[in-house]
Write a protein of this length. Structure first.
Lengths: 77, 482
């Protein structure tokens, strides 16, 4: 396995996940004035509570699916 | 002066010193890799906490929530841009950075730049920028820390300053990066505990979160809007903040330095998993407390809002723990900066003890102490120039380091000319954009664009570096000749 190619891919996935987060964070703001959830304004609940909560759970998923355990030193082979 | 308040703080200071001492006893190795990078042996959990706490500073506890008390939920919204910061920092520099750094045995970010661009000049310029901005930022943090200490304990400013600086300089000098990482972990726990305590007290005081949101809306509907009272938090500001505190953090030398010190790729994975919730909890918890603060207090100066709130809502011992939070935030940032600065001086600016590991190690420790002392003296009576420079520190470091670091790592094209162009254009335009109205956007956003363009132009115009010397950076199957 080419470790460089793999880590390039991983870097892109990390950026992609951040982009996805930004999308949810921004999207929530469109719900301003659209009611309440658990006593919080709906936009706030999505952008600032449940969105971030979801994205605390996604890094492990990303790592499970796309990240590989590789050797960081050179002397193994 | 409140004894119940001081006890947790005093205990906490002692615990930090004890940890530093313990580490220096346990690891008697005198290698530089050990001192600066904890022997590249950090595990995932410690790496996560040291990364988060290095990034979170006093402003996460005092400054930010203080602003949230004026701007309501809009500031919470702005702060939560930072949720991805930890996984972006670790992920973007990634394993490639770790592999290359091991191969080239580089100990510092500036050392990496020197090797990649094959130029001592690039490293010197970067080191100089790092020294200047770090000095400014650290002085400001020390001043803030000592003032907070003073406000809480009633001791005089000089004494607070010496206590505070002395602690940080001593444990960093004793234990190097291992002590920094361990104390950061302790500090992370203190920060989380403080956040949880205050959040709980605020919720209880307001009669539950739903009631708090309702009361806030009744007070002023603008406080629960996306853009805040008078549209204070605009989209240009939000987008540029995203660049400043989330994306470009990859380029901060003291957080990027963390990406050099983990032991295995598994540790990095684990750190990505652990750091995000910790970061989110502290950010959301603290800014939310700040946003709810006007329900309990009025007419308090922004920077005193959170300490006053804690003292009002929490019993003495708990307020003490809470106040240790911002102190921890400052310490955990300062120790990393101190270490990074000592590394830069010994590795890149001078060649103190070069070739003799033992001597170099002694110099590294000595310099940590000396630099700590210098910053302490500066903080006694901060020169105006430093106060002014501090306003530029975060963005300035990003303008200098981000592209040479990231593009240097991933893009084969570009030699020293590209790095120079990127750093100089970035820094120059940063100061220039300060004076141009940008419609509410922070000047770091156009600055990063300019320094990117500078890099690309420099890469095409300037000479290519020696392909052979680039091998370790771009050839996966490169092996060091025996």
């Amino acid at each position: 396995m080419n470790r460089f190619a793999q880590s390039n891919r991983e870097a892109l996935y990390a950026l992609g996940l951040a982009g996805l987060y930004a999308l949810v964070w921004w999207g929530g703001s469109l719900l301003e004035g659209k009611g309440y959830l658990f006593g919080m304004p709906l936009w706030f609940a999505i952008s600032c509570v449940f969105g971030p909560l979801l994205f605390c759970l996604l890094p492990p998923v990303m790592i499970k699916l796309f990240y590989r355990d590789i050797d960081l030193g050179d002397d193994d082979e | 002066m409140n004894k119940a308040l001081i006890l947790p703080l005093a205990l906490y200071i002692v615990a930090n010193l004890a940890l530093g001492l313990y580490v220096s006893r346990k690891h008697r190795s005198q290698s530089l890799e050990d001192f600066y990078l904890a022997g590249r042996s950090l595990g995932g959990f410690v790496l996560a906490l040291t990364l988060v706490t290095t990034f979170a500073s006093a402003s996460s506890f005092i400054g930010g929530p203080g602003i949230a008390s004026r701007l309501g939920l809009s500031w919470v919204y702005l702060a939560l841009i930072q949720v991805p910061t930890a996984w972006v920092t670790l992920g973007v520099l990634g394993k490639r950075f770790a592999i290359v750094a091991r191969r080239t045995q580089c100990l510092t970010i500036t050392g990496f730049l020197e090797g990649r661009f094959q130029s001592k000049g690039v490293a010197r310029c970067a080191s100089l920028a790092l020294m200047i901005f770090f000095l400014a930022a650290m002085t400001a943090q020390f001043v803030g820390g000592a003032r907070l200490f003073q406000a809480v304990t009633g001791l005089n400013y000089q004494l607070c300053l010496f206590l505070f600086t002395g602690t940080v300089a001593l444990y960093t000098c004793f234990g190097g990066a291992r002590a920094v990482a361990l104390t950061d972990t302790l500090q992370g726990f203190v920060m989380m505990t403080g956040t949880a305590l205050l959040l709980f007290a605020v919720a209880r005081g307001a009669g539950g979160f739903s009631a708090a949101f309702a009361a806030l809306e009744a007070k002023d509907p603008a406080l629960v809007s996306v853009h805040g009272p008078g549209g204070a938090v605009s989209w240009p500001q939000l987008v540029s903040f995203w660049a400043l505190v989330c994306f470009a953090v990859v380029g901060l030398p003291h957080t990027a330095g963390r990406c050099l010190s983990y032991n295995t790729s598994r540790a990095m994975h684990r750190a990505m998993v652990v750091s995000t919730p910790v970061m989110t909890f502290i950010l959301l918890g603290m800014t939310l407390c700040g946003a709810f603060a006007p329900l309990f207090l009025s007419g308090v100066e922004s920077d005193l809002m959170m300490p006053t709130l804690a003292i009002k809502l929490l019993p003495g011992w708990a307020a003490g723990i809470f106040l240790a939070g911002p102190i921890a935030g400052m310490m955990s940032t300062l120790d990393s900066q101190l270490l990074q600065m000592a590394a830069t001086v010994t590795q890149d600016l001078t060649r103190l003890g070069h070739g003799d590991e033992k001597k170099a190690h002694r110099w590294a420790r000595l310099l940590t102490l000396i630099l700590g002392l210098v910053v302490c003296l500066l903080a006694l009576n901060p020169p105006e120039l430093l106060v002014w420079l501090n306003l530029f520190a975060l963005g300035g470091l990003e303008a200098v380091f981000l592209w040479p670091l990231v593009l240097g790592l991933y893009w084969e094209k570009g030699g020293s000319c590209a790095a120079y162009c990127s750093m100089l254009c970035g820094l120059g335009s940063y100061f220039l954009f300060r004076h141009i109205p940008l419609g509410g956007a922070h000047e770091v956003l156009p600055t990063l664009v300019v320094s990117l363009v500078g890099y690309v132009i420099g890469a095409y115009v300037g000479p290519q570096p020696d392909a052979q010397l680039l091998e370790p950076y771009f050839n996966d199957s490169f092996r060091r000749p025996e």
